[in-house]
Design a protein around this ligand. Structure first.
Ligand code: AMP
Ligand code: MG
Length: 401
């Protein structure tokens, strides 16, 4: 049996990032991954500029006490450059974002001064040298790598790319991932369901998770526990996609054929992982496609996807920074647990005046999909740890949505 961490490492090690990339308009890059280092072609800001509406002046003119009267000799609206030097005893009206005129190094806010016609009275103490000025290059310096290859593109990265004047960037390819469910008992919603049958939920949860990652999910439907049907489906999926995701059929029952077929048409690593939910899992390859065989229970399938498959797909997509957000929360109930398995219970975490607090979402059976629906996080319970007492601090990991 592998520990959870060993299993995750092994799956990650087996995956290599896809080489292909595509060039996209910056507006279309949300949630994509940069395939190039992006360097700044110029400084941002390109010139020192005003952070306020007010008056630009020379800090050497500022009085130690009393008030100084300066002559207002010009005006600099945003978007214009004022190129005449502001001399001793002079000031210029300036607006937010406008470059400082030559000679000036400080902006006094308009609320802090008295304007009398062409003159400005600046009392001591309302402003210090260099106040209200955004220095040249305070955000970005020309030549800096401002975004590294492998960066996940959020709205702020889109904004930064545009601020560099870029219209298009190279992003990594979206992998195509085949998704299929196995099981004679599994039928598609909308079709008639026999008394001993269940509707397929895994394909829906997993397609949702895949789409949230930004991969292209290719639906291979439900495949019966039949050697020929599984073989045909696996081979077709291996030819059309970069990765294959299945659920069910990886335990040791007579109808758990996924391992046999994967062994026959590709290569397999089968593991029991010391985690709950999600014990048995199968990984491997069919030709160049990676194979991820998830357990059939709906909660197990989602948890194994989030914890083991997701980092592997991120690596496949060329993403560098993939650590999920984890934080500490105080348990509001006692949790019974035996040492030996890492557990991922489903929790509802809330922020209270005492800080983050978490409760479980009730019954935690791996078939109880509502334990996920009622929750907003996983509660991470360490492999070697026994019972957790109410009031103890635990790690929680928020669901991606
Ligand atoms: P298996 O590993 O194939 O024995 O499946 C374990 C459990 O998960 C069984 O109770 C299955 O009925 C259930 N299960 C398998 N596949 C699905 C699916 N696609 N949707 C919902 N439940 C499933
Ligand atoms: Mg099955």
């Amino acid at each position: 049996m592998l520990s959870f961490e060993e299993a995750r490492q092994r799956v990650l090690e087996r995956v290599a990032p896809l080489a292909e990339r595509e060039r996209l308009a910056v507006k279309q890059t949300l949630a994509r991954i940069l395939a190039e280092d992006v360097r700044a072609p110029f400084d941002i800001p390109a010139l020192p500029n005003s952070a306020r509406d007010g008056y630009a002046l020379r800090s050497t003119d500022l009085p130690a006490k009393g008030t100084i009267r300066l002559r207002v000799v010009g005006e600099v609206p945003a978007g214009q450059y004022y190129d005449a030097e502001i001399k001793e005893g002079e000031a210029a009206r300036i607006f937010t974002g406008a470059p400082l005129p030559p000679g000036t190094d400080t902006v006094v806010m308009q609320e802090h001064v008295q304007r009398q016609g062409d003159f400005l009275d600046v009392p001591a103490g309302v402003v210090r040298a260099h106040d209200n000025v955004r220095p040249r290059a305070e955000d970005v310096e020309a030549g800096d790598v401002v975004l590294e290859r492998g960066t996940f593109i959020r709205p702020q990265e889109m904004g930064l790319l545009a601020s560099l004047g870029l219209t298009h960037v190279w992003v990594t390819q979206r992998p195509r991932v085949a998704i299929l469910s196995t099981g004679n008992e599994v039928v598609e919603a909308g079709e008639p369901r026999g008394p001993a049958q269940i509707f397929d939920s895994n394909r829906y949860s997993l397609i949702g998770l895949l789409e949230m990652l930004g991969v292209e999910a290719i639906d291979f439907g439900i495949v019966r526990d039949d050697r020929d049907e599984l073989r045909t489906a696996f081979l077709a999926a291996g030819e059309q996609t970069h990765a294959i995701l299945t659920s069910g059929g990886v335990s040791v029952g007579a109808y758990d054929l996924v391992r046999d077929i994967l062994t026959a048409v590709g290569v397999i690593d089968f593991w029991r992982v010391k985690m709950r939910p999600g014990g048995p899992q199968a990984y491997g390859r069919i030709g160049p496609a990676y194979f991820f065989g998830l357990p059939g229970n709906p909660v197990s399938a989602m948890v194994v996807f989030l914890e083991i498959v997701r980092p592997a797909l991120w690596k496949l997509m060329g993403r560098r920074d993939w650590t999920p957000t984890r934080f500490r929360a105080r348990l509001r109930e006692t949790i019974r647990k035996k040492p030996g398995l890492m557990e991922f219970q489903r929790g509802a975490v809330t922020y209270t005046e005492r800080g983050w607090e978490v409760t479980t979402t009730g019954p935690q059976g791996s078939g109880i999909l509502r334990s996920m629906v009622k929750g907003n996080c996983l509660i991470l319970l360490a492999e070697e740890h026994g019972d957790y007492e109410s009031g103890e601090e635990v790690w929680v990991e928020s669901f991606p949505m």
